[in-house]
Design a protein around this ligand. Structure first.
Ligand SMILES: NCc1[nH]cc(CCC(=O)O)c1CC(=O)O
Length: 308
């Protein structure tokens, strides 16, 4: 690995979409405010995931596609930090590139967005969404509607919506709020209606094992660290990839962590929701325990569940 020589310069690697840059700017602004002596810059790059737009991501390699180029820049010493949406991070990160901090959580819910100027859902057009996790849960909320996949960054998706291809889109509230597009939200789905993806609403700051990051000390949010770790352990146990329908959402209440999970049974496409409560200090174990319990209960039992 290349050692960085200029110690007061912090270069943050970011994907180049508007949301990604904005998120990196949030981390940059935190560091600049707390440590005015540091010179912080953002270096943007296109990732493979941003270049391939005509196929669904599970067919071309999953979550890793959004982080490979950023990992390489970190390893080569061109950047010192990467900022990611935790939801887009693979469940396993390389040992030499640890996750250093999780941000405070923005609104974790999924929401419905209608075309500009439209106030009611047009039932004759499909709903657009990008993951099987959302599709599954939407089928229960809107059984009569067709759901069609949509790719591209947030701006691209909103343009497709406003062009009239879809009756509405299901998106994360977090991204829209960060972009100042909260006014486009027509309906919030509670965490019980659509269980969010692991890490939704959390920013992850990643760095190099061989560098020190004292300047991030105050950025690290303890509650989201526990919640995010439990959610990721749940998904990891069940092998959930990028567009896997597995979902998890944790809330820290005092010293306890309350974790909800969605288990998808591949053999018949049915899914189940359950929850677990325990000490927040055992976050990862809680995630694994819930996953294991749900797998044991539902894998071979051919009854129950909600189907797509
Ligand atoms: N998969 C794309 C993605 N990754 C992170 C967010 C939103 C921000 C977040 O969840 O932190 C989005 C957009 C969306 O799902 O609507």
């Amino acid at each position: 690995m290349v050692k960085t020589e200029v110690q007061n310069k912090v270069i943050i690697g970011s994907r180049e979409s508007r949301l990604a840059v904005l998120q990196s700017e949030m981390v940059r602004d935190y560091i600049k405010t707390q440590h005015p002596e540091l010179d912080v810059e953002i270096l943007t790059m296109k990732t493979t995931g941003d270049k391939i737009l005509d196929r669904t991501l599970d067919k071309v390699g999953g979550k890793g596609l959004f982080v490979k180029e950023l990992d390489k820049a970190l390893l080569e010493g061109r950047t010192m930090l990467s900022v990611h949406s935790l939801k887009d991070m693979p469940m396993e990160v390389p040992g030499e590139l640890p996750l250093l901090a999780f941000s405070k959580r923005e609104d974790p819910r999924d929401v419905l967005v209608l075309p500009e100027g439209v106030s009611e859902l047009d039932l004759t057009k499909p709903l657009g969404c990008s993951s099987l996790r959302r599709t599954l849960q939407l089928k229960e909320l809107y059984p009569e509607m067709e759901v069609k996949s949509i790719r591209g960054n947030l701006q691209t998706r909103l343009r497709k919506l406003d062009n009239g291809e879809y009756s509405g889109l299901i998106l994360a509230a977090a991204g829209l709020k960060r972009l100042g597009l909260e006014n486009r939200i027509c309906r919030y789905f509670s965490e019980d209606e659509i269980l969010p993806a692991a890490g939704q609403g959390i920013l992850a700051v990643q760095g190099r094992q061989d560098l020190t990051y004292d300047y991030l000390e105050g950025y690290r949010d303890e509650k989201t660290w526990f919640a995010g770790s439990a959610e990721r352990a749940f998904v990891k146990y069940l092998n959930g990839g990028c567009s896997s329908p597995v979902a998890a959402y944790g809330v820290v209440e005092g010293d306890e962590l309350f974790l909800r999970g969605l288990y998808y049974r591949e053999c018949d496409g049915r899914y189940f929701k359950d929850s677990i409560r325990g000490p927040k200090s055992e976050a990862e174990k809680l995630g694994r325990d819930l996953a294991k319990r749900m797998q044991d209960m539902y894998e071979n039992d051919k009854t129950g569940g909600t189907s797509l």
